[in-house]
Design a protein. Structure first.
Length: 738
């Protein structure tokens, strides 16, 4: 990476060039007076950031210009949003106030800038409030979706230029991006941005796999382009003959989606056949859209045999984010399955630019799936007491879900996520109906609350005034709204019961001549191992704390003068002690394998890291520091929600210690195959086997082997040798024994 050389004259020339490019991108949406407004915002941003530079050394103004250009070109936003994108860091980084912004640009711009400023602190590495900030961000979405769209543009540019940041910052930001921002872009219909965010996140969290797949794609590029040309030619010819105006092109699948398929199916890159999709975009009038799409579908499936199980009709029933398209999978000219997407120009703009294009085409009196979704967010966010982490988890789960369409008894259509239950449907109708639901009739047949609904079901809810939400309901509902309402009701019920328990405990302590005060209540809660006084009161009311236990507490106090701390204090002392002990070493990176550091750590069993893996440390509540791989399945969630407990870590050069890791091996079952594998592992590589589990089904052999290796180099060498054993088709790293 070259050092940046400051040249003021060249920089000013580049700033003017980038500003002109921004104006060209804004031209399609510009009206009278817009150019002056954008110039005014640009001049203010330029003056505000004149002394500031990015980590790369470049002038800071490059960033707001780039964010504004993404907002205009890739999302299709208008002048108000472009102005806000240019000014998105001004209030936070300078002395300019929101009142001054309002005076210069009006109330709309002030409101959006205010929203962007409120969520700007999400990535403070010392903050323990990431989840609360995510929640705050979604509140702004419910208020004005442009805040989120500009924030996505901001995030995309930061991800594109993140190579200049410190490694630990890269990991945290990449993890938070894949954990929430990519799913959010998906839900808002910004598929290209979602794919790029996923790819860029993977580039930093799992660089080796990213480079491997990128290299493989590049090697096959010419072959892929030839296949696409051969596939398209006959389709294009028939479309011309029938007078249908359409563009056809091949769209490569993203690196992240290819890796997801490799992991999900446990297959090597060579066995991922659908590395691209064919997209047909038709130019036609709005009233003929559906007819033309099905006409083109007929042409394609006459030429190439379709897979009937892979037809997806989002033209008749669009997705909740406004996405419309016909998808089919057909057998190509070389015996290879190919995905074909058929849509009109209008549908394609909505698919490319999501929410912004949706509003452009939306009929003024219609209430689309996106409008309904934002109403759901407002509804869920209306509960001020919901735990922020629960909220983010529930919300994120619904972001990527496919949708199903369910009918009410009167024929109204309700959209729900895939695998939603009858109880989810009840809460979707109304919170009170969900809370008092005792059963349902699906297609006129009685079913339990946990019944999983299928697309097209007609559902009638049965209620009872005696019913109240139950804790086990949380085990099967899937929508964020249902989970939020159930948790809220249970919390309220628990609070009511705890109030009764408080009075009961006060009477019991009186009989034991113990003063009822906060200090004593905290001591009792600690002695009986309850996490809070509220838990203590609740268990007293439920009859789970008796007088005998209270007498034991009295005896314990008499024999022990020490003050018992609360669980939170213990945790904070524990974390603080570890951090203090670590900081005394006068370094900011935990060295794994360095006995001189005297820091307690263990290797996480969820990913079994070994020397050579890219790793980080995570401060746990009870188990000291856990070492995880940066590509661990749990990494993005840990970094996204607990950034303040993440530590930089790296391996020392020692290799005289063995580490546990796993291998998944697939091949053609044959006599003596297991013996060949164990010979390679134990004798050729002198590696100890911890466990071996093997299944064989219809001639296919699958085995999971846990072994002890010194480092990543030894593991890769072992995997390479095992792949050469006759009959073995796949050798991959296996995450854990569990």
């Amino acid at each position: 990476m070259k050092d940046y050389v400051i040249d003021i004259e060249a920089e000013n020339k580049e700033i003017r060039k980038r500003y002109r490019a921004l104006l060209r991108a804004c031209k399609p949406t510009m009206q009278r007076g817009d150019k002056q407004m954008i110039r005014k915002a640009f001049d203010l941003a330029l003056d505000s950031h004149k002394e500031m530079r990015r980590k790369s050394g470049e002038p800071y103004i490059f960033h707001p210009i780039a964010v504004a250009q993404i907002a205009a070109e890739e999302i299709g936003l208008g002048t108000t949003s472009i102005v806000c994108a240019l000014l998105h860091d001004v209030v936070e980084d300078t002395n300019i106030t929101l009142d001054e912004i309002e005076q210069m640009f009006g109330k709309k711009v002030r409101r959006i800038i205010d929203g962007l400023t409120k969520i700007s602190g999400i990535f403070d590495p010392n903050s323990s409030m990431q989840a609360e900030n995510f929640r705050k961000m979604l509140l702004t979405l419910a208020d004005d979706v442009r805040v989120i769209l500009i924030k996505l543009a901001d995030r995309l540019h930061n991800m594109r230029t993140m190579e200049f940041m410190a490694r630990d910052k890269q990991l945290k930001i990449a993890s938070e991006t894949s954990y929430l921002y990519a799913p959010l872009a998906h839900r808002l219909g910004l598929y290209a941005i979602k794919s790029e965010l996923e790819d860029l996140s993977m580039k930093f969290t799992d660089p080796d796999t990213y480079k491997f797949i990128a290299r493989k794609l590049n090697e096959k590029k010419a072959e892929r382009e030839k296949f696409i040309a051969d596939f398209i030619e006959p389709v294009q010819e028939i479309l011309r003959e029938q007078g249908i105006s359409a563009q056809i092109f091949g769209r490569p699948k993203s690196i992240h989606s290819i890796w997801s398929k490799m992991r999900k199916k446990s297959i090597p890159f060579e066995e991922v056949y659908d590395l691209f999709a064919i997209r047909i975009v038709i130019d036609t009038d709005d009233e003929r859209e559906k007819t033309e799409c099905w006409k083109v579908y007929s042409i394609v499936t006459d030429l190439y045999r379709p897979n009937p199980d892979r037809l997806r009709d989002w033209v008749s029933s669009p997705k909740g984010n406004g996405y419309e398209s016909l998808h089919t999978t057909v057998m190509g000219p070389r015996g290879q399955w190919v995905e074909v997407q058929i849509r009109t120009s209008r549908m394609n703009e909505i698919a490319e630019k999501g929410f912004a294009a949706h509003w452009k085409y939306k009929e003024s009196n219609s209430d689309s799936g996106l409008d309904q979704w934002i109403k759901k967010i407002r509804d869920v966010l209306s509960n001020p007491e919901q735990n922020a982490l629960d909220f983010v988890d529930d919300f994120k789960m619904n972001l990527f879900s496919d949708e199903i369409f369910i009918f009410t008894p009167k024929g109204a259509l309700i959209q729900l996520p895939h695998e939603a239950t009858a109880l989810d449907f009840a809460f979707e109708i109304h919170s009170d109906i969900g809370a008092t639901c005792i059963g349902a009739k699906v297609n006129h047949k009685l079913v339990p609350l946990s019944h999983v609904l299928q697309n097209g079901d007609q559902v009638e809810i049965i209620t009872s005034t005696k019913q109240t939400p139950k804790e086990d309901w949380l085990n099967f509902v899937v929508t964020a709204k249902a989970k939020s309402k159930i948790r809220s009701s249970l919390k309220e019920e628990r609070r009511r019961v705890a109030e009764d328990g408080k009075e009961i405990l006060e009477r019991k302590l009186k009989t034991l001549k113990i003063t009822y005060n906060t200090d004593n209540i905290n001591k009792i809660a600690n002695f009986l191992k309850f996490s809070s006084s509220q838990d203590l009161f609740y268990n007293v009311a439920k009859g789970l704390v008796d007088i005998k236990q209270l007498r034991e507490f009295v005896a314990h106090e008499k024999n022990n003068d020490a003050t018992l701390s609360t669980q939170n204090t213990q945790f904070n002392n524990h974390i603080g002690g570890l951090v203090e002990k670590f900081n005394k070493k006068d370094q900011d990176t935990l060295l794994i394998g360095d006995d001189l550091q005297q820091i307690d750590y263990t290797l996480a069993p969820c990913c079994n890291p070994i020397p050579g893996d890219d790793v980080f440390g995570f401060l746990t509540v009870n188990d000291g520091i856990k070492i995880h791989r940066t590509s661990c399945p749990n990494a993005s969630k840990l970094m996204a929600n607990y950034g303040y407990r993440i530590m930089k870590a790296r391996w020392t050069s020692k290799n005289d210690v063995s580490f546990l890791t796993g291998l998944r091996i697939v091949g053609i079952d044959d006599v003596g195959l297991v013996n060949k594998l164990t010979t390679v592992i134990s004798q050729e590589f002198n590696v100890n086997i911890r466990s071996l589990s093997i299944t064989s089904n219809e001639g296919i052999f699958e085995g999971n082997i846990m072994v002890f290796v010194n480092d990543i180099a030894q593991l890769e060498s072992l995997m390479k040798t095992l792949k050469q054993v006759q009959g073995i088709t796949t050798v991959s790293r296996y995450e854990s024994e569990s």
